[in-house]
Design a protein around this ligand. Structure first.
Ligand code: HEC
Ligand SMILES: [Cu+2]
Length: 358
């Protein structure tokens, strides 16, 4: 799980904009700067004139106020028409940028992204679902996004793209990344893992090392629509791969339980990667759902009045069809993972839950 509630990336060497990493960035930044400079251009002389006139035409105390305002038609026409050209300029520049962002190129890669309270699930096909967004450099990429609960909003500051994700419909966005993420050296990666095991219970702190578990530098991706208690933790990373081979190798690495990894260990990995932790704790505390600690083998009462025991079949059903039996005292808000977790994945999760009750 990600700790803290700030961004993962390090912006200390930046004055204000994050890195400009997509073909949209320059357009968005120059529009912003245009508006900013127009504002400064007018604000400075107007402020000076305001202060100057206030002093210049001040009346002594007791003198009656008088008004000599009369019309100056040419002046009024000029200050109405000239600024309207500026407004049209701003509008045209903004509209052209907006139209670009609406027109998805035909050759774009498409990825399905699901937002949920409080995390992200990117579907890479073939059953590989991962919270990080991995894409190919110099390749237009479209995200088709949906939400399993409330309104979220996906924001990638380095790409200058942001769009709401509304439950019950698909929203999409696209971008064209133009800077590949660096890979750190194998030594640095090994050292970070050694540090994580020694000092952090094996939890890899991306914010501390400034690269991912797999050794890639990254951009931030986070939710910008206040969506509940852990909204501020709804953040992940974007990695831009240099080549298609490198991207596919990364995807393959996450496609099945690797050789030699025990089901219970893999179940813990899935628990972290797939965001079960935002609703199920491992320490006995109550979150949106019941804690996994000591759950296996215990008795349950359900909202339909029936009773049962937490066993393999019940866990499997809870994951595939969570609304079939809802534990008393909880709301039926768990999303179904039908088709998104393989049999082996579910067996691994069951093994992990068992290990928490031994
Ligand atoms: C949005 C919150 C949420 C997420 C995310 C979530 N769950 Fe749940 N889960 C719940 C709630 C609420 C319940 C209790 C109500 C019910 O039975 O549906 C529950 C119940 C369960 C149960 C039955 C627990 C018991 O002690 O009776 C299991 C097993 C379970 N979830 C597994 C998972 C797994 C595995 C994941 C991740 C792949 C997951 N859940 C993700 C909210 C969530
Ligand atoms: Cu959100």
């Amino acid at each position: 799980m990600i700790s803290g509630s700030h961004l993962l990336g390090d912006y200390t060497d930046r004055f204000w904009f994050p890195e400009s990493a997509s073909t949209f960035s320059d357009q968005v930044d120059s529009t912003f700067m245009l508006v900013l400079w127009i504002c400064i251009f007018f604000m400075v002389p107007i402020t000076f004139a305001l202060v100057y006139f206030t002093i210049r035409f001040m009346k002594k105390k007791g003198e009656p106020a008088e008004s000599q305002v009369s019309h100056n038609t040419p002046l009024e026409i000029a200050w109405s028409i000239l600024p309207s050209f500026l407004l049209v300029w701003i509008f045209a520049k903004g509209a052209l940028g907006y139209i670009d962002q609406q027109q998805v190129p035909d050759n774009a890669d498409t990825l399905a992204v699901k937002a949920f309270k409080w995390g992200w699930a990117v579907d890479y096909g073939g059953g590989v679902i991962h919270p990080e967004l991995h894409i190919l450099n110099d390749q237009p990429t479209q995200l088709t996004m949906r939400s399993s609960d409330v309104i979220h909003s996906l924001f990638i500051p380095a790409f200058r793209v942001k769009r709401d994700i509304v439950p019950g419909r698909f929203n999409d966005m696209w971008f064209h990344p133009k800077v590949a993420s660096q890979r750190v050296s194998d030594e640095d990666l090994e050292q970070a893992w050694a540090d994580a095991k020694e000092n952090n219970d094996g939890v890899f702190d991306r914010e501390k090392y400034q690269f991912t578990e797999d050794g890639y530098r990254f951009h931030d991706l986070y939710c910008t629509e206040y969506c509940g208690k852990d909204h501020s933790k709804m953040q992940t990373v974007v990695v831009v791969h240099e080549t298609r081979e490198d991207l596919n190798a990364w995807i393959k690495k996450y496609s099945v339980r690797p050789d030699g990894v025990l089901p219970a260990e893999y179940g813990k990995l899935l628990y972290e990667r797939r965001g079960c932790g935002s609703c199920h704790s491992l320490d006995g505390s109550r979150r949106v759902g019941p804690s996994f600690l000591g759950g296996f083998g215990s008795d349950r009462e359900f909202t339909d009045g029936t009773k049962g025991k937490v066993d393999e079949a019940y866990i499997r059903e809870s994951i595939i069809e969570p609304k079939a039996l809802v534990v008393s005292g909880y709301n039926p808000v768990m999303p179904s993972y039908k088709g998104q977790l393989s049999d082996d994945d579910i067996d691994s999760i069951i093994a992990f839950l068992k290990s928490l009750s031994e």
